[in-house]
Ligand binder design. Structure first.
Ligand code: FAD
Length: 471
């Protein structure tokens, strides 16, 4: 096998415009690393693809050599599916070309771009598409799993704003997927993850974003946890249009300049409110929260959208050892609040917390069968119970906290299904539960048509339906 790989490797190098890197190369160690510092896998070959032709060459090389394929966009997948042990890692991070057509409110974006790249390019025209809340996350994995963030209440998921994608299929063909071309594939790409091929470029619909977004951060100490969470729930479930919330349950006060020194790293709960409408409207919402339960400290400022998009970057630094488990909650009743507060207080690492997204508004206005998104379109919370530790050893203990918290919250959830991008462990049952029987069956049939041999299986994997191959 090693001999075969070596001889084939020269041929691959000749075919590729981008770099083909093996363990002997100096920068191999850097290139195999991803965001989650606990992932330590060693691909036989890393292909930093320079374009769709390189992707096609790498896929066909891997298939000829019988090597597993992994696809790396921004490298943010919690479980590290972007890195294969022993196989071929397709690194898309060089595909960062972005083209904005401001008049048509449209942007095409290379699949290796990060949200920082795309937001900077679109914001030059006062436009944006809904993206994630950490700017060094890749557009690739986030879009294909669904993608939500600050603009989701107003404009839906990232996938809801996808207009088309250029894809290299398992058999090496390059296709353009949209509502008109390969509509079944296009439907599956909007939530079905990396199962159907390697996307080399996305095209997104854009929306105007005001030059300044009003942002307020409110913090309550853990001792007032249940009262704080009850208020946060009441406010967040009745927000007016154009105000968006992100909750950090169990989030310790950051050691940031806006936090009074005596409160830095104090355990508690954080509510962040971002206002895209009239400033007075945002001020009124913040005032409602403060009147209901005065925070220990608060901070309010106006900032350009890209600054909001990177506000939380330091809470999830590149290279941190991480683990997570997620679940969806239809509502936060008193028992769920008590359980959440009790478990949040038991975390071992000051960095760990439970980022919680409220999904409603424009997100819920999209019919469930319009896209392959896994999870309910009904208004709900998605809780990502996230361990972030100072070392891989410390992470092992913190994983127990994640699992215990998840198990304790499960009786309050609508089942084990959740956002597929938050399923770190390979877990077929949870993937099925996330999509539901009907959607999973539709995805499995499309998988059978586009990737019958399950070449792309390092992902929230959908098994090809049997007896349905062929396009
Ligand atoms: P990668 O690890 O590079 O890719 C993950 C998987 O996606 C790959 O294994 C592959 O299967 C597939 N993939 C990626 N690119 C392609 C491609 N071009 N073609 C085919 N398959 C591809 N999600 C949200 O929706 N909102 C958030 O606010 C948010 N915040 C996050 C914050 C942190 C700190 C982390 C770690 C994750 C967050 N996520 C969020 C989850 C995020 O959506 C997923 O981790 C996503 O997979 C990241 O995409 P990536 O390209 O960076 O990751």
């Amino acid at each position: 096998m090693v001999q075969l790989v070596r001889s084939g490797l020269e041929g691959l190098r000749e075919r590729c415009a981008g770099r083909v890197v093996s363990p002997q190369d100096a920068d191999y160690e850097v290139m195999r690393k991803i965001w989650n510092g606990a992932i330590d896998r060693r691909p036989s070959v890393i292909v930093r693809c320079g374009g769709p032709e390189d992707v096609e060459a790498a896929v066909s090389f891997a298939r000829q050599e019988g090597l597993e394929i992994s696809v790396r966009g921004g490298g943010h997948g919690f479980g590290g599916a972007a890195v294969t042990d022993g196989g071929v890692m397709l690194d898309l991070s060089a595909l960062r070309l972005i083209d904005v057509d401001a008049a048509s409110r449209w942007a095409s974006c290379g699949a290796g771009a990060t949200w920082a790249d795309l937001d900077a390019a679109t914001q030059a025209y006062g436009l944006a598409t809904p993206g994630g809340t950490i700017s060094h996350t890749g557009v690739g994995g986030l879009t294909l799993g669904g993608g939500f963030g600050w603009l989701t209440r107003d404009h839906g998921l990232t996938a809801d704003n996808l207009e088309s994608a250029d894809v290299v299929l398992a058999d090496g063909r390059q296709v353009h997927a949209s509502v008109r071309e390969h509509p079944d594939l296009f439907w599956a790409l909007r939530g079905g993850g990396g199962n159907f091929g390697v996307v080399t470029s996305f095209a997104y619909r854009l929306h105007p974003v005001p030059p300044d977004v009003r942002v307020a951060v409110l913090f309550w100490e853990a001792e007032r946890g249940p009262a704080a969470v009850e208020v946060v729930d009441r406010i967040v479930t009745s927000l007016p249009e154009h105000v968006s919330a992100l909750i950090g349950f169990g989030m310790s006060a950051p050691p940031a300049p806006f936090v009074p020194e005596e409160h830095r790293l104090r355990p508690g709960h954080t509510l962040i409110l971002a206002g895209f409408g009239e400033p007075e409207q945002h001020v009124a919402v913040v005032q409602r929260v403060a009147d209901a339960l005065p925070p220990l400290f608060a901070f309010a400022e106006s900032m350009p959208y890209p600054q909001l998009q990177s506000l939380l970057d330091e809470s999830a630094p590149w290279g941190v050892p991480a683990y997570e488990k997620a679940l969806d909650l239809p509502a936060l009743g008193p028992e769920a609040i008590a359980t959440l507060c009790e478990h949040a207080a038991r975390k071992g690492s000051p960095m760990s917390f439970v980022p919680t997204f409220r999904l409603d508004g424009a997100f819920s206005a999209v019919p469930d069968d319009a896209t392959a998104f896994g999870g309910s379109r009904e208004p709900h919370y998605t809780l990502s119970i996230t361990a972030l530790a100072s070392s891989a050893d410390a992470l092992e203990e913190e994983k127990e906290w994640v699992r215990d918290t998840w198990s304790a919250m499960l009786p309050h959830a609508g089942g084990t299904g959740t956002y597929v991008n938050f399923i770190a462990d390979q877990d077929e049952d949870r993937v099925r539960a996330s999509y539901g029987e009907e959607k999973y069956a539709r995805l499995a049939a499309i998988k059978a048509a586009y990737d019958p041999d399950n070449v792309f299986h390092l992902n929230a994997n959908i098994k090809p339906a049997t007896g349905q191959a062929g396009m």
